[in-house]
Design a protein. Structure first.
Lengths: 286, 280
């Protein structure tokens, strides 16, 4: 029945089934590791009462961005709390931060690597294009097969989706470092590692932070997708609202996601500004 | 306990206001949704009417005109691939959804972009609005669309257009602002009316930036059209969603590949489309 049309997916399916039978121990291990870390992160975020978290978050916003965002954080988080979505908001925060962290751990070294090595860059770039153009639902299916339902396949799919922009921007940032700076370092006898850590990375920091921002925003875009495969949190509420036609729930959860996205976006954007100002401040103070 | 009560009350009010909107505007909304639905359906039928190879050849010719023989070959092979994977109807469904919603988005975005470039007080309103719309995670758009228009194609067109119009608006605005002041002043010195300055100088000079905006609009529309499969958008999005809910790896990967191919084809054709105008 399946043989009357051509299909690449069939072969990928066979590969996934093979992996599922032969390497299930490995995937179970990763799955457990991820879900346990999310559970602990979630517990840590839910341990203090909500008011402390709100105050703490708005203090961070004040420090990094300013009064406006701090006020917005207070109102936004109070909205989530009053809407009875506090636990879901914290779970989503935990999911997003864990997956963004994992994505960055993969993306930044890889971005440095592709910037240094042209051949690897040429191999990786089309792969990144493919990863970004492919709709996230597509790799959700193998992820569910291999990692089971729940939070870990959601994290895996989010990491796959959020890694490309961070790789791209790290790569871009390092290649934009002026050649003169690197040559000056070399002239002073700096080793490769010195050049990387003391010259290239600091100079590329604003662009890398833009990558971090993109990474977090892409991770947030996956929140609802994660809800589709039983990761709960705000995404789960939105999916529930959409599929059970409980529109009130959907609207409340949707608004909370938007609030979370605005807070994350503005915080990371303000850090970009902080980092791009820093060299100038140093130059004037010395 | 108190918070529980509070959110239930909010839910009640939201449900009631949704009902109110439904009852009061149902006639208007059903007219709009019927109109949009029939436009998408008509385009879909039009594209499916000729046998598949004729449509492929037509797209191949379009790709040849815009970006050369290699792209024409790629377009033909790519579309053939979609056909061979038994996804031809779905591909055309997505294509017509994307085309209708992109045109709708551009109908809003380009005039509004021109206005916000020319009138500062309008740009003060549009800029934060665009920021808000672009920060919004993509799935959130689905909720109001579902409320207002129900589970059908017009809701999908609505969501896709909402997601796709901000970049086009931004880039139109940017393109017109980047027109050198000297050019505009030269036009004014020769006694051109504001309309002439806009059409013959500003839009002409901003053309390539606006085309980038259209390209961005199209790309976002394609990625949103997949998501809109969840609320009745049909096409490839529906196929992926079906594959996801029944855990069919092969189907989902095939559909994903078809979407990637369609994205590459649409991207290159829209990037190369200024070439057609240049030759004339």
């Amino acid at each position: 029945m399946n043989s009357n049309y051509f299909s690449i997916g069939k072969h990928v399916e066979r590969l996934v089934f093979w992996l599922n039978t032969n390497a299930s121990g490995f995937f179970d291990f990763i799955s457990d590791l991820l879900s346990v870390s999310v559970v602990y992160l979630e517990k840590a975020l839910n341990y203090p009462s909500a008011i402390w978290i709100i105050l703490f978050a708005s203090a961070i916003c004040w420090r990094i961005s300013g009064k406006g965002l701090a006020l917005f954080t207070v109102f936004g988080f109070s909205f989530c709390l009053k809407m009875g979505l506090w636990e879901q908001t914290m779970l989503t925060t935990a999911l997003v931060s864990l997956s963004a962290l994992l994505a960055l751990l993969i993306a930044i070294p890889l971005g440095i690597f592709t910037a240094k090595n042209k051949i690897i860059g040429q191999i990786i770039r089309p792969a990144l294009d493919l990863m970004q153009t492919m709709p996230a639902w597509v790799y959700l299916v193998p992820a569910v097969m291999l990692f089971g339902l729940g939070r870990s396949p959601a994290i895996i799919a989010t990491v796959i989706f959020a890694t490309p922009p961070a790789i791209r921007l790290t790569d871009l940032g390092i290649r934009q470092v002026p050649v003169e700076q690197v040559e000056a370092g070399r002239a002073f006898g700096a080793s490769q590692i010195h050049i990387l850590f003391k010259i290239e990375l600091p100079s590329a920091l604003p662009t890398i932070m833009a990558g971090v921002n993109q990474c977090i925003m892409f991770a947030l875009a996956m929140v609802v997708v994660a809800g589709l495969i039983g990761a709960e949190g705000l995404g789960g509420e939105v999916v529930g609202g959409l599929t059970r036609m409980m529109l009130g729930t959907g609207i409340r959860a949707g608004l909370s996601i938007v609030i979370l996205a605005i807070i994350f976006d503005r915080i990371t954007q303000s850090t970009i500004d902080l980092f791009s100002k820093e060299p100038k401040d140093l130059a004037t103070s010395e | 306990m108190k918070t529980k009560n509070f959110d239930l009350i909010v839910d009640q009010y939201l449900d009631r206001s949704v009902e109110w909107v439904d009852e009061t505007f149902s006639v208007h909304l059903s007219i709009v949704s019927g109109l949009v639905n029939s436009i998408v359906e008509a385009l879909n039928k039009l594209l499916l009417m000729p046998p598949f190879y004729i449509t492929m050849i037509l797209f191949g010719v379009l790709a040849w005109k815009t970006s050369g023989p290699f792209m024409a070959f790629f377009t033909f092979i790519g579309l053939l691939f979609c056909y061979v994977m038994n996804l031809w109807d779905a591909t055309i469904g997505t294509l017509s959804l994307v085309l209708v919603s992109t045109s709708l988005a551009l109908l809003i975005a380009i005039p509004l972009g021109i206005l916000s470039a020319l009138v500062d007080s309008i740009s003060k309103v549009t800029r934060p609005l665009m920021d808000f719309l672009q920060t919004m995670p993509p799935y959130v758009h689905l909720i109001p669309a579902l409320i207002l228009l129900g589970y059908n194609r017009s809701a999908a067109v609505f969501t896709v257009s909402i997601a796709a119009f901000p970049p086009a608006l931004r880039l139109t605005d940017l393109g017109i602002r980047q027109v050198p002041v000297e050019q505009v002043e030269a036009g004014r010195a020769f006694g051109a009316t504001p309309g002439q300055i806009l059409l013959k100088i500003q839009l002409f000079s901003a053309f390539s930036t606006i085309m980038t905006g259209i390209n961005q609009c199209l790309m976002i529309a394609l990625s949103m059209s997949v998501i809109a499969g969840m609320i009745g958008g049909g096409g490839l999005g529906k196929e992926v969603y079906k594959a996801l809910s029944s855990l069919q790896i092969d189907k989902s990967i095939d559909t994903g590949l078809a979407i990637v191919l369609l994205a590459i084809i649409l991207d290159r054709i829209s990037q190369g489309s200024p070439n057609i105008f240049k030759k004339n």
